[in-house]
Write a protein that binds this ligand. Sequence first.
Ligand SMILES: [Zn+2]
Length: 94
Amino acid sequence: MGKRRKRRKLVLKPKKRLPKIFTCPHCGAQLVSVKRVGRNYAVVCGGCGLRHEFEPRPGWMPVDYYNALVDLYLEGRVQAARGAPEGSGHETGG
Ligand SMILES: [Zn+2]
């Protein structure tokens, strides 16, 4: 009987799935997304039109911009657009 050593390296690296859709602090809809606008990052709620642009910060993930937006919102420095969001001319998909 030989010793059988099972050496199985189980290195399961699941893909990090970063959330890309966040909950709006204003309307509560899970419709907030972070997208690149020119050189900036815009955090936009598809529900109420809450929107804010941030300068790019090194190392920041979408969730960081979102958190920053929530902070600003709670401070009353960001306000949602009133009424229905204006139809923007074009939408960049992807
Ligand atoms: Zn909203």
